[in-house]
Design a protein. Structure first.
Length: 423
């Protein structure tokens, strides 16, 4: 069942990721000759600046594709993009990918810049497929890159992160007529939030009206409850036979079906229609399984083992989830890790040794003398969501209650989970 469900979930994930849905909304384009044409634009709530848009003059007419070279500007929903030939700084900002090089990595291209603020002083934004953000101001109909770079420097045997913050001096010149915010400029980080706040202070100081300001999208939280069932299959692997635990590996433990439930907090990332989210869960999981094993050893002793395990866990699950809307529904797939804290443990083994001459000897006790109070696992699943309700099929492969040099346990779980969003 585990393998069949894995194939099903894989198929759903592939189908969801390959599916594409159009979303034409009212908007306009400004052509290179200055003419404004209203119509409908395929809006994607872009997390990266688009390098191509599709435009229809009417809702049922054929679509025309436009690149930044083809038009001056377009607007759809509450977003304005302008075409500009700009410098692009390509150095990555993640500290794990920094280089020992303060020089800028500049390329030039004609791109769509997103308008963050437009008026007496304007601010623009570009994010390419590497995820690197760049910000721009406009001077005399040309866009000037606000320069920022992070790089490494070495002092002795230690490396340090250093910042090239040319944008501070550029902003001092750009906003020179407002000396009251010079101190604020020095404290402004190279981020959308801080730069927008800086420009807002400039407009407030002079009591100017902004022609346009894009509303910043924030992280959105969803909270709810989960309930469903789990089916757990326990197995063992003995790497050093002869330690008296071989029977555990050879025992076919029955699948254990039990109820499960808990709480979830889904952190929905901004942009891209909030398709990407970090789903966090606190759930209860348990299993109660037993199995038997018979064999006759080399001295003609018939050995019969009856083994039982009963465990319960409080699991903290962290999953990266991707949703794709289809009409009033959303298909989703997710993957992540589980961290289980053991709440209870019961284990029992009955050993019956029978010989022709001495009859049957019975021994009872615990099969494992040293177990772990922690279980780590990997999770993958797929499901469907509508309004407040969701349903998911999920697989989990976890480490079990013991991980030693000689003995490994593993649990394979199949979950079917209903979710209800409270907020």
């Amino acid at each position: 069942m585990f393998k069949k469900l894995l194939l099903l979930i894989t198929g759903i994930i592939i189908s969801v990721l390959s599916f594409s849905q159009q979303n034409y909304l009212p908007g306009y384009i400004i052509q290179n000759n200055g003419d404004t044409v209203t119509g409908f634009i395929d809006y994607r709530n872009w997390s990266l600046n688009p390098d191509l848009i599709e435009f229809r003059k009417t809702s049922d007419s054929g679509a025309t594709k436009y690149k930044p070279d083809d038009i001056k500007e377009f607007k759809v929903k509450d977003e304005i993009y302008v075409s500009g030939f700009v410098e692009i700084e390509n150095s990555l900002l993640e500290e794990s990918k920094l280089l020992y090089d303060p020089k800028l990595n500049i390329t030039t291209d004609t791109v769509f810049l997103q308008t963050l603020l437009n008026g007496e002083k304007s601010l623009y934004y570009h994010r390419n497929n590497t995820g690197r953000p760049n910000f721009y101001v406009k001077k005399d109909d040309e866009f000037e890159l606000l320069v920022y770079k992070k790089y490494l420097i070495r002092k002795g045997t230690t490396s340090y992160v250093h910042e090239r913050k040319d944008y501070v001096g550029q902003l001092n010149l750009y906003l020179l007529d407002c000396p009251n915010i010079q101190t604020m400029i020095a404290r402004t980080s190279y981020s959308q939030k801080d730069l927008i706040r800086l420009f807002q202070n400039y407009y407030e100081f002079f009591s100017l009206d902004m022609g346009f300001q894009r509303q910043h999208e924030r992280v959105k939280l969803e909270f709810g409850v989960l309930a469903g069932s789990s089916s757990t299959k326990l197995s063992f692997y003995i790497s050093y036979p002869g330690e008296g635990l071989d029977y555990l590996e050879n025992t076919d433990f029955k699948p254990s079906t039990n109820i499960t439930g808990g709480l979830f907090l889904d952190i929905l990332m901004p942009r891209n229609f909030r398709k990407l989210s970090l789903n966090n869960e606190l759930i209860f999981s348990m299993y109660n399984t037993d199995g038997q094993y018979d064999y006759i050893d080399y001295s003609n002793v018939h050995k019969h083992y009856t083994t039982e395990f009963k465990y319960s866990y409080l699991k903290i699950n962290n999953l990266l989830r991707y949703k794709f809307p289809v009409g009033n529904f959303s298909f989703f797939c997710n993957a992540g890790v589980s961290n289980g804290i053991r709440l209870s443990e019961e284990q029992y083994v009955k050993k019956e040794f029978t010989t022709t001459y001495s009859g049957t000897s019975v021994y009872e006790g615990t099969p494992l003398t040293q177990t772990s109070d922690y279980e780590f696992g990997f999770i993958a699943g797929a499901g469907i969501k509508t309004n407040r309700l969701s349903f998911e099929a999920r697989l989990e492969s976890a480490s079990g209650m013991i991980t030693l040099t000689s003995v490994d346990a593993s649990t394979k779980r199949v979950y079917f989970i209903l979710g209800y969003r409270i907020k």
